[in-house]
Design a protein around this ligand. Structure first.
Ligand code: NAD
Length: 251
């Protein structure tokens, strides 16, 4: 582990007036949840155009349910890993204002993070597109066939942002507020290839905010946004940063 980069990241947290977290699929890799874009990722098995777009859902909701319904069951069984717990501890120490997550797994909340902005929704619930009634996936299972609203007979949509969907308004607004005022960003486990989420980090970097990137194989975009780069698994690096901050408080 790169000790001097850990010390540098700790210094950013110790001096920032507003640090904001940004997480992607990689933070949950240590909980056994596959990322989407890597060689063995979800999009290799379920091509985006067929399973993951708003149009694909209208064309063939059974396929979208095959992907997100099955994924939701895996997400439900997963547990937060030391990276999620470290992010929650940073928040409770007053060193991280909130986390904007692209993840749909709810693991930040289960680790104890209080302000979690779910930019791409959450796979644990679904909604009737007509009457807006919300259902837990437990209420909707088993499928196939794709579940329907008992009142409207419409096919329920998983509460996730599909490609082609807008970002939920409240999440977009709050994320924008945070990323406009922050002076440090902690970007963990994201290839930063999915817009508009990635623009938050890129724009903060252009504005002059510090950007700490944690990723074992950072993308070119992540590398160019980073002011501190920590190459390695989040579940090892984030607890080391928190331990460093605890030690410097005690010394
Ligand atoms: P991505 O798949 O594009 O990138 C994942 C990044 O994580 C990669 O750069 C990879 O090198 C890195 N990574 C892998 N293992 C890691 C580890 N142990 N520690 C830190 N980093 C690690 O993911 P993305 O940027 O989040 O964008 C893809 C979209 O996929 C997001 O919208 C998200 O909603 C969705 N997604 C969510 C989940 C989830 O909820 N857990 C899982 C897969 C995908």
């Amino acid at each position: 582990m790169n000790r001097s980069a850990i010390a540098e990241a700790s210094k950013v947290f110790a001096t920032a007036s507003c640090a904001v977290g940004f997480s992607g699929a990689g933070i949950s890799a240590g909980s056994g949840i596959p990322t989407f874009r890597e060689a063995d990722g979800i999009w290799t098995r379920y091509p985006i155009q067929e399973y993951g777009t708003a149009d694909a859902f209208l064309r063939d909701p059974e396929k979208t349910w095959e992907l997100f319904g099955n994924l939701a069951a895996d997400l439900d069984a997963a547990r937060p890993n030391p990276a999620h717990l470290a992010m929650a501890e940073l928040e409770s120490r007053g060193q991280l204002r909130a986390v904007v997550t692209q993840n749909i797994d709810g693991l930040h909340q289960r680790a104890g993070s209080v302000e979690v902005i779910e930019y791409h929704g959450n796979a644990a619930t679904g909604r009737c597109p007509r009457c807006q009634r919300s259902f837990t996936l437990r209420e909707l299972s088993p499928w196939p066939p794709a579940p329907r609203c008992p009142q409207c007979i419409e096919v329920i949509r998983p509460d996730v942002v599909l490609f082609g969907d807008p970002i939920p308004e409240a999440a977009a607004r709050r994320a924008q507020e945070l990323f406009t005022v922050c002076d440090a960003v902690l970007a963990v486990g994201s290839s930063l290839q999915v817009a508009p989420a990635s623009w938050l980090v890129v724009a903060a970097a252009h504005r002059g905010s510090a950007v700490i990137v944690i990723d074992p194989e950072p993308s070119a975009i992540a590398a160019s946004a980073a002011t501190v780069m920590l190459e390695g698994p989040a579940e090892e690096i984030l607890p080391a940063i928190v331990a460093n901050l605890r030690d410097s408080n005690n010394s």
